[in-house]
Write a protein that binds this ligand. Structure first.
Ligand code: ATP
Ligand code: MG
Length: 236
């Protein structure tokens, strides 16, 4: 694909709930980075979500931290707090507008899976999205890459290694006591265990909505409860 002479930085934007982040997300971002010669991919965990009101989404701070853990080893991956720190509902258009201001002289590439692509036309201010970023639809097992209705010039498609992984499946596996090793990065497995995320019943620590002093006290109590060697080795 000819994108002309490189005068601007190219930055990918990978939006998602990341509840939890998994290897499907990471492979998609990595493939787009490589194929479109991007300088960086910014993962943007959603804040409050207009399209996921049917279920309880895990606290944004947990989703953000799991994404930080998952991407920490890749110098070209970063994570933005832009959406989780924004009060109210999350809309991609607002994020792209803000990134355009924060990142002048940058071409933005919004990365999205085949399941999300057909929804774009229903997004807030959809007509304006194409002027803010180029959209890249990546293949996802079980979903057709359907670009009908989307502007041809605004969207590119990319086949990525098929990873039949979803966050929904990861959450269900944890709730059923099944392992998520190798579906999500090791650090994310450990993070989920440490905070008791996705288990049935109350989470071990539900502390990000509490004042910082209580959160610290809780974290100290939590540290003493965590047994890394056993937790790390279990089910591997
Ligand atoms: P959930 O099951 O909770 O909807 P998810 O696995 O779909 O979670 P999201 O956070 O909703 O993950 O997805 C973020 C983005 O990553 C979306 O554009 C989605 O299409 C894409 N994506 C998620 N999983 C894959 C995968 N296995 N392969 C390719 N793209 C993916
Ligand atoms: Mg999804």
């Amino acid at each position: 694909m000819a994108w002309g002479a490189r005068t601007k930085r190219r930055v990918g934007v990978m939006g998602g709930t990341f509840d939890p982040v998994h290897h499907g997300h990471l492979v998609a971002a990595s493939e787009v980075l490589e194929s479109f010669s991007l300088d960086e991919v910014i993962f943007v965990p959603t804040g409050e979500q207009p399209f996921k009101e049917d279920r309880d989404v895990t606290q944004a701070e947990h989703r953000y931290l799991m994404t930080v853990v998952a991407t920490a080893s890749n110098p070209r991956f970063t994570v933005s707090r832009l959406e989780i720190d924004r009060p109210g509902k999350t809309y991609t258009i607002d994020t792209l507008r803000e990134l355009r201001v924060q990142l002048p002289d940058t071409e933005l590439f919004f990365i999205t899976g085949a399941d999300v692509l057909p929804q774009i036309l229903t997004w807030k201010d959809a007509d304006e999205l194409w002027s803010l970023a180029h959209f890249i639809g990546v293949t996802r097992p079980g979903h057709e890459l359907d670009v009908s209705g989307l502007p041809e010039a605004g969207v590119s498609l990319l086949e990525v290694p098929a990873m039949a992984i979803s966050s929904t499946d990861c959450r269900e596996r944890v709730a059923a006591g099944k392992p998520v090793w190798y579906l999500v990065p090791d650090g994310v497995v450990q993070y989920i265990a440490k905070y008791g995320l996705y288990r049935k019943g109350p989470a071990k620590v539900d502390d990000f909505s509490r004042p910082t002093s209580r959160r610290r006290a809780n974290a100290r109590a939590q540290d003493s409860m965590t047994l890394p060697p056993r937790t790390v080795g279990a089910g591997k």
